[in-house]
Design a protein around this ligand. Structure first.
Ligand code: B12
Length: 585
């Protein structure tokens, strides 16, 4: 047993929590009183449940198409849902399902939203905003920023009232939310919300998750996807007696592991009563920014293979197609319809490929992931149990994991960690490997441009991510360290006051901020205002996705210049940042 792991988990053991079962029962009480709206989609097509629709698609060998959509305003969102229906009627394509991506502000109780830096997408305020979003017979799913957020109760109750067949996303439970620190109440409301969905078992409403938003999104090994899905299923299905499904895929690009992971989870967890896989997200990590039309090629072949996998293994795995603009900014409705068209046309050719494919090497990988995934899960349960965590109490388990640094999840629970704390995955994740390659590439480039080895020796730098994106932060940390700097990595979801606190505690004046959700300009203004009040000199630099939806606009604009005008060094180019740190006192 990995002692260091057990001691780390033991130190996270929560105290003074109510029993998970009592909180679940309170949730079920609330759920039993909720009357669910029957969706226009079910009404028009005569299905009792959305599950009946998916199972009919499986029988007919058809694909369940869906998109993620989060536009700038509620009005634009409602118009786009009507446009999706017109798209179906015009093309004959059955894009029958839309996952709603509202603003991440929805995750915060209202009283916290004013102060928070404003990311992209719209906010819902009244129950009617959920219930009346259905402006056409398209099935709407409310998942992101709902069930597992600090604002779990309001969002889950309204999602169920609106008849959402899936409510999520479990995996987002450890996400930090700007300015919100009452993690105890957050976990209680999260488990109570699971209770609400639990009360709708007979209506076939399930809790949904998305592996890539969760701990697997920080993993180096594909096995961790399967091991973690087993853990979520154990907590939600076995301990909370609630229907459980999960989506995945945004960070998975290599076809073989991308396909083998959902098949392994499906074969380990799906039953006649409950399918385990909800959707496969198009991959988002290898898109081109310099020629986005070319992304139709990489997406087209990926969707074709996803179609073949679904027809072969009949998981009812919906395909969530990702716009060719994913690398640039939140997609428009038209960009989403366009990629769905590409997918539907590619699918037409699937039947001609099927009998020519030998799936044996894929099935070998599936067996490997099932075996290793089970070992990962068993090791996780043993470490939790050995650390004194009550493994029969969903609330205690979630509260313990909530306190965990997401970057430590894999090395705490992986059953194949080396003595020196490293891991040699047989099937590494794409971003895990990409981050290592990028570090080497950038260091070599910086040196070629004349920056000497150890140019940053004696320089202490704090780096943080202003949201849940970590890979950019990991690259910046690794590159600055390679150039000799003493880097203090403050981790993810660090808001402006906490970033300055970290710097002050460490006596640091160089602060690097990685930011991606469109809140960069707000974040820059807030941190400069606070810095002024502290009357200390800081050199703040920023990178990542520096854009924002400016007042009156409906699509994000690049705000790098605006941030530079404020006095923060904003550029993607780490060479410039390194020179700035080297040349300033
Ligand atoms: C991976 C990813 C995720 C993963 C993150 C996993 C993880 N552990 O990090 C997951 C799935 C969890 C995720 C979630 C979300 N994401 Co995301 N994500 C991406 C994606 C695909 C890749 C980003 C990445 O890691 N790239 C690899 C790293 C190495 O590159 P990089 O970050 O660009 O960093 C480079 C440079 O920017 C620079 N750099 C980065 N930081 C810094 C800092 C400094 C100081 C400097 C000098 C340089 C620098 O150096 C790096 C090397 O060149 C991008 C789209 C894209 N292709 O870029 C969307 C994207 C950033 N995500 C987006 C959004 C909206 C979200 C969500 C809000 C969606 C939701 N569910 O509602 C959530 C929010 C999560 C959270 N809690 O904050 C949007 C942002 C929209 C916008 N700003 O216009 C994007 C653009 C996708 C899109 N088109 O909609 N995401």
């Amino acid at each position: 047993m990995n002692r260091e792991a057990v001691n780390y988990v033991r130190a996270l053991k929560p105290s003074g929590m109510p029993s998970g079962e009592s909180v679940l029962e309170e949730g079920r009480e609330i759920g039993r009183k909720i009357k669910m709206k029957r969706s226009l989609f079910l009404e028009k097509n005569g299905y009792d449940t959305y599950e009946d629709y998916v199972r009919e698609n499986i029988r007919k060998g058809k694909i369940t198409w869906e998109i993620f959509m989060g536009l700038a305003t509620l009005e634009e969102q409602k118009e786009a849902i009507k446009a999706a229906y017109e798209f179906n009627q015009r093309t004959g394509i059955n894009l029958d399902t839309i996952e709603i991506i509202a603003s991440q502000l929805m995750a915060l109780p209202r009283e916290y939203r004013e102060k928070a830096a404003k990311p992209t997408s719209f906010v819902m305020n009244e129950t009617e905003d959920w219930v009346n979003m259905q402006t056409a017979p398209i099935e709407l799913i409310f998942a992101d920023h709902h069930l597992a957020s600090p604002n779990a109760l309001e969002t889950t109750i309204n999602a169920v009232k609106a008849g959402s067949p899936r409510v999520g996303l479990v995996s987002q439970f450890f996400w930090g939310q700007p300015g919100f620190t009452d993690h105890r109440q957050h976990m209680i409301d999260f488990v109570k919300s699971i209770g609400i969905v639990s009360s709708k078992w007979d209506d076939h409403i399930s809790v949904d998750s998305y592996m890539d938003d969760g701990f697997p999104g920080y993993a180096m090994d594909c096995v961790t996807y399967v091991g973690y899905a087993l853990l979520e299923h154990y907590i939600i299905h076995d301990l909370c007696n609630t229907r459980y499904q999960t989506g995945l895929g945004g960070l998975l690009k290599e076809q073989k592991s991308r396909a083998a992971i959902p098949v392994a989870i499906h074969q380990l967890l799906s039953t006649e009563e409950q399918r385990a896989i909800s959707y496969m997200n198009g991959s988002t990590v290898t898109q081109w920014e310099h020629d986005i039309t070319a992304n139709y090629g990489s997406s087209g072949e990926e969707i074709m293979f996803d179609c073949l996998v679904e027809r072969k293994y009949k998981m009812g795995m919906a395909l969530n197609t990702i716009a060719i603009t994913e690398r640039i900014a939140v997609p428009t409705a038209q960009a989403l319809f366009d990629i769905c068209s590409v997918g539907a046309r590619a699918f037409e050719g699937a039947k001609y490929w099927e009998d020519m494919i030998d799936w044996s090497s894929m099935d070998e990988l599936v067996d490997y992931l099932k075996t290793e995934g089970r070992l990962f899960f068993e090791n996780t349960m043993n470490v939790l149990d050995e650390a004194g965590i009550n493994i029969k109490d969903p609330l205690e388990i979630f509260m313990t994991l909530k306190k965990m640094n997401p970057n430590r999840f894999e090395r705490t629970f992986h059953h194949r960690m080396n003595e020196n704390g490293t891991l040699n995955p047989k099937y590494p994740t794409v971003l895990g490997r990409q981050t290592v390659d990028l570090r080497e590439e950038i260091v070599a480039d910086v040196k070629k441009r004349g920056v000497e080895e150890n140019a940053l020796k004696g320089k202490k730098v704090a780096v943080v991510s202003g949201d849940g994106h970590t890979y950019g932060l990991a690259v910046v940390d690794a590159v600055l360290s390679a150039m000799g700097a003493d880097v203090i990595n403050g981790g993810v979801d660090v808001d402006p006051p906490t970033a300055l606190d970290l710097a002050d505690e460490e006596g640091i004046k160089y602060i690097g901020i990685s930011i991606h959700n469109g809140q960069g300009l707000d974040y820059a203004r807030q941190i400069l205002e606070l810095a002024e009040r502290r009357n200390r000199k800081y050199h703040i630099f920023m990178g990542g996705k520096l854009n924002a939806i400016l007042p009156g606009d409906s699509v994000p604009t690049d705000v790098t210049d605006k941030i530079n005008e404020l006095g923060i060094t904003a550029t993607e180019d780490l060479y410039e940042q390194i020179c700035m740190i080297r040349d300033t006192e």
